[in-house]
Design a binder for this molecule. Structure first.
Ligand SMILES: Nc1ncnc2c1ncn2[C@@H]1O[C@H](COP(=O)(O)OP(=O)(O)O)[C@@H](O)[C@H]1O
Ligand SMILES: [Mg+2]
Length: 269
């Protein structure tokens, strides 16, 4: 059976558009005809709140799958986008890191849950992560084929990328030799800020082809669309919208980097 491409969206910084990128890259892939599962692995539950709203009291969520080492299937929800599904997070995810500490093979629990989930019809799994390398984030990276780093063009996030890459290198050598960097994308891009051009040039020099050519421009609509649980495509409702244009451009680049263009090619693999 063909296995899905599993992409963790990571950065040890908060506020760099990890959640926004997981939602809108995921929805971009779904719009291109791929079946996509998003997993919310941040206990702030922002991805869940952005796409389906808060989960109900007593509703089962990703934390329960991790703690019970079970399939994700029973918790998966549809979203307002066809082909786009979500394994939601709830409050119980907050304590999971501590609960995992004494579990055998504690870095491989998400991999185990995914191996128990029938992912046969999914082409992609995208994982939104917390802004630190918690045990849950390490679990995400161990379960992934790729990781994608969103960063703003600011000094401290720029300096953080080196440390992040060094930490991920340790995971690659010890736990998941198949893990590869899909790319780094600059978000909240605004050339009116003097620092932007300076950091952009530095990122280009350090990362070379690992830096996506797409820039996700600053756009206040990104903070409004979660209110309606909409993606940027639904919120702008306009192919000319700049958020739509930017995330579709990133989607195209991601597909190109994976050697894919449309759903038919995947099906024929
Ligand atoms: N391109 C953008 N332009 C303007 N605001 C953005 C953009 N991307 C994300 N945001 C906003 O910035 C904040 C942080 O984004 P978020 O995706 O939650 O980051 P993270 O998950 O890395 O913490 C949110 O309020 C979000 O709506
Ligand atoms: Mg987030």
């Amino acid at each position: 059976m063909r296995k899905p491409t599993i992409i963790s969206v990571v950065n040890q910084k908060g506020g760099v558009s990890k959640t926004t990128t997981t939602a809108n890259l995921g929805a971009g892939l779904a719009l291109r005809g791929y079946k996509v599962l998003l997993i919310d692995l941040d206990s702030q539950c922002n991805l869940t709140q952005s796409l389906v709203g808060d989960i109900q009291e007593g509703q089962r969520e990703i934390a329960h799958c991790i703690l019970e080492e079970t399939s994700l299937a029973p918790v998966i929800l549809p979203t307002k986008t066809p082909n786009l599904f979500l394994a939601p997070a709830g409050e119980d995810l907050t304590g999971v890191d501590l609960d995992l500490v004494n579990v055998m093979a504690r870095e491989k629990i998400i991999s185990l849950c995914l191996s128990k989930t029938d992912l046969g019809s999914f082409d992609f799994v995208l994982i939104d992560t917390a802004p630190y390398l918690s045990l849950v984030t390490v679990n995400a990276l161990v379960a992934s084929t790729h990781y994608l780093i969103p960063t703003t063009a600011e000094y401290l996030p720029f300096r953080g990328i080196e440390r992040l890459q060094a930490n991920i290198e340790k995971i690659r050598t010890k736990l998941n030799s198949d893990l590869s960097l899909l790319g780094v994308v600059i978000t909240q891009y605004d050339t009116r800020k003097a620092i932007t051009t300076w950091i952009e040039a530095a990122l280009k020099q350090v990362l070379e082809e690992e830096l996506f050519s797409t820039r996700i421009r600053t756009n206040t609509k990104f903070s409004s669309c979660p209110i309606e649980q909409q993606t940027i495509y639904q919120f702008e409702n306009d192919q000319q919208g700049k958020g739509t244009e930017d995330y579709l451009s990133l989607t195209t680049e991601v597909l190109e980097r994976l050697g894919l263009t449309n759903k038919r090619e995947v099906a024929n693999e």
